[in-house]
Write a protein that binds this ligand. Sequence first.
Ligand SMILES: [Fe+2]
Length: 557
Amino acid sequence: MIVLGLNAVFHDPAAALLIDGAVVAAAEEERFSRRKHGKTPVAFSTWELPEQSMAWCLEHAGVSPADVDAVAYSYDPDLAFQPNGDITVAEWEGLRTLYARRAPLFLRSALPGLRPERVRWIPHHVAHAASATFASGFDPCSVLVLDGRGERASHLAGRSVGGDLEVLATQELPHSLGLLYEELTAHLGFRRSSDEYKVMAMASYGSPAHLDEFRRLVRADGDGGFVVEPVDFARFAPPLAPGGEFTSAHADLACAVQRRLEEVLLDLARWLQARTGDRNLVMAGGVALNCVANSRIWREGPFERVWVQPAAGDSGTALGAAMHVAHALGETVAPMGTAALGRGWDDDALAARLETAGVAYERPDDIADAVAEALAANQVVAWFQGRSEYGPRALGHRSLLADPRRPDNLEKLNDIKGREQFRPVAPMVLAERARTIFDGGPIPSPYMLFTHGVRPGWAERIPAVVHVDGTARIQTVDREQEPLVARMLERFEARTGVPVVVNTSLNTAGRPMVDDPRDALECFGSSPVDLLAIGPFVVRRAGVAGAPEQTEAQIAA
Ligand SMILES: [Fe+2]
């Protein structure tokens, strides 16, 4: 049975394809269209479908639109605001509802042959929930979904047993922890529903001076939901223009909201566990990308295990909707084993692209060792390997890599990416070595969705990846799942004694992650990256010899 899942309503349009209950492809539209987040989340854009990612998913699996047994659309217009004749009220919400209802007709135009009557509308938060319950493989499990909004709610708490979801609580709008965080993001001069992680990073620089006030404004209601009173952020710190320099007042505000978010999420988790008695919690929704909050839930919450969908934002609802429908149609849905569900190219195709581009390239005996050598010589490496990642994190397929022993590499990478200097970069570490270096979060942690403490003696050795609050958002690399990345880390350790490499997403400011080989060459050509490792090939920047390899003592001196 073939089920195509789609997210098209707000932002991060995406497509996912399940065949006989197994995910065979999933991709975000932004990686194709090269427009970050795919589209603007306004009612007028609801008709736009993830046309390129849908078409690619089908092409990758070798199926035609007519072969699709069901299309799962991650929003249910019947649950949404009903236009009642005037689509202009409530900021055109009715238009969103109309366009969602029209999706089958838009789909028929986008994918000729697809049968419009095969479209099923799945409630937005049910799709988020399914993206975590099925994908985690945890059964039974409790599930928390928190985002800005779905049709009329911002939250779902429930339990999944054998793939059947029981909804235990929801929270209706206007109360929304996701929208509160989005409002703060905009107040601090960042892009809403895009740059929330910058607020999370800024919070580490502040003190929780206003926490008591936010405890009054934002609180769990004791019944599985919560209250968010209207907040006038300007009372705490003036609005910041985009790119404006933040002050301690801004950092204190970010800190108070972040801390309060963590506390309320812990309250919700405790409420849920008291009802389900489950050991396992799974999470999705944009709020679940808050890795600082996730770690507190893991450390202080009542669940033994916590799993977060790597595409926790709306892109993941394409996969969740498809999984929900496959289960409803009687399929056994398999967990996702990897986030590497996007496009990939074989060696011949990569060589052909390099020939077309007319760049000099070589094929070293061992690409992993060649990259380890360059990193140890303090070169920055663009690492393009295998299939691209589903979700916002680079997980060793479309990554920028650097030596973590050098503190100035944080600045260097932020410069390459045109990012704010207060933002941390993250480490990837061999899974079997992770416990000796990091603690305070779940290990393994393959999707970078938790923060960890850095054990004594290690923070000084890997200064580039330790955030101002002493934490690091790690990716553990499993040898079985990611043999090439593991080998690169192993070769780096053999050269330096450190089994950790800096990993950040392969893109420049404001652009989606690199997806295809041409994106990789464009990124390499337009930024001071020293080496591009693309499949088994390397492309070196002219004139870069690399610094001599140095020991930690030499770097410190
Ligand atoms: Fe959502």
